[in-house]
Design a protein around this ligand. Structure first.
Ligand SMILES: [Zn+2]
Length: 144
């Protein structure tokens, strides 16, 4: 998996959950235009995946429900390789919940949802903050 799709913590690396935007994804657009995928179904599944992830974050849906709706969307749009195992690991750990970077507190689960450049930038800032604190910790260890 591409490194920018990952969410780092002080000691771990988690896969971001991919929920591509139907309207902004070229491959998806082509499949819809070619009649391979129903646009209506894709939009519904996209919305449902996001809704379930947010509900999971706020405690009103279970991990299974969230994961299932993401995988439903994944299978509808036809991905080359499923990341079910990695997604489960990410959701189980919920690493955004105890991140001190500031952005995670503000944006919650949105931080680990992979969609477009805006949120990818956000995750980039988070990863930089994690890296900076990791380096600060290393320096501290060295001067001890
Ligand atoms: Zn963070």
């Amino acid at each position: 998996m591409d490194d920018r799709d990952n969410f780092h913590t002080a000691d771990m690396k988690y896969a971001a959950v991919r929920v591509p935007q139907v309207d902004a994804n070229l491959k998806l657009k082509r499949a819809i235009l070619a009649g391979h995928i129903s646009q209506r179904k894709a939009l519904d599944a996209e919305r449902n995946a996001l809704r379930s992830l947010r509900a999971f974050d706020s405690g009103s849906a279970t991990l299974e429900q969230a994961l299932e709706s993401v995988l439903e969307y994944e299978s509808l749009i036809g991905v080359a390789k499923s990341y079910a195992t990695q997604y489960r690991r990410t959701l189980e750990a919920a690493p955004w919940k105890d991140c001190p970077c500031g952005l995670c507190e503000q944006h919650g689960i949105e931080m680990i949802i992979f969609r477009g450049t805006e949120r990818n930038k956000r995750r980039g800032f988070h990863n930089l903050a994690v890296l900076a604190s990791r380096m600060a910790r290393l320096e501290q260890d060295e001067t001890r």
